[in-house]
Design a protein around this ligand. Sequence first.
Ligand code: ADP
Ligand code: MG
Length: 371
Amino acid sequence: MSDIAVDVTAVRGSFRLEVKTEFSQSGATVVLGPSGAGKTTLLRAIAGLDRGVQGRVRVGSDYWLDSERGIFLPPHRRALGYVFQDGRLFSHLTVRGNLDFAERRARGKGLQFERSQILAVLAVEKLLDQPATTLSGGEIQRVAIARALLSRPQLLLMDEPLSALDIARRAEALAYIEQLPEEFGIPIIYVTHAIEEAARLAKALAVMVEGKIIASGPAQAILARLDLARYLGHFEAGAIIEGVVRGEDRAYGLTRVDIGTSTLEVPILGLTMGSQLRLRIRARDVAIAITRPDHLSIRNVIPVTIEEIAGEAGSAFAELRLLAAHQVLRARITRRSVEDLGLKPGGAAYALIKSIAVDRQLIAEGRRKGK
Ligand code: ADP
Ligand code: MG
């Protein structure tokens, strides 16, 4: 009973929310889905912000909602922190005023964190005396998260907290959010339409479409599924692979990462030797050859087995699922190329990888596990 169980239905006009799922008590679960999928409606149902939700919401052994038994805990009695898209700070207060307000009102029986630790992790000490109206978008969201943590939540709900930020600020804010599960051990349900954020944050991933969760499980496995591409968009589609830092080439600014069967060169320096990495490789950055090519600018060439080929009639592109030992890669190439090269499931090929993003260094997590 230590998990978070949600089994709710709600009707909003012609839209019907129908979700039955469980969220882990450890780490962040990302709910990924296109705009209009019902993500906000789901979070509002968990938070108790709307009446007329049928079903059950159980957090650990506490029932926040059980419509059959007539249980409906009002929002202020649910020990949760809610971070909205736009932060929603009190504009007439300073940052300190906003935080104090949350702390005074904290009646939750959730986790109590050291105020100093919260301020340090989210880097808000320097902002304390600023009026909320003078903060940048990224600062507003950091303060909003700090405020949510100060309310002694058992659960943190985050509704597209980065969507109002520009790309550079988004990456910066994401780095703060990434630390939260580890630093505070608090479960997070993080809602977004951006596959990038999901790939960086999620251990567990749930895909939401038209009011329902159509797939859920470990992020790596979900992101490798070709059948979900039409819901999640093709442009950002890709796979996550794990590797270990084996060495670096300082002169050329490259780090060598062992991914099991092969070694990749990643354009980054300063990673800890032996640390585990999570790499994200977009399908559109992977090309296919059937013989090992030479005289090529692409240096990352991996032998793979083609596992699956999916292509919709009418579309110029095909999606390929490739296996490099136990790791899954994805490629998006034209259907014409599939035919010309005679690619078939079970066949051998080479994946040519144009670009790799380092998603996360997992060394801290590894240490923690080892403790
Ligand atoms: P998301 O957060 O995934 O973008 P929402 O949960 O905001 O999606 O909305 C899901 C659907 O429910 C949308 O089609 C939206 O128009 C509809 N909806 C949400 N709230 C209401 C409401 N109060 N009345 C009518 N329709 C609503
Ligand atoms: Mg929304």
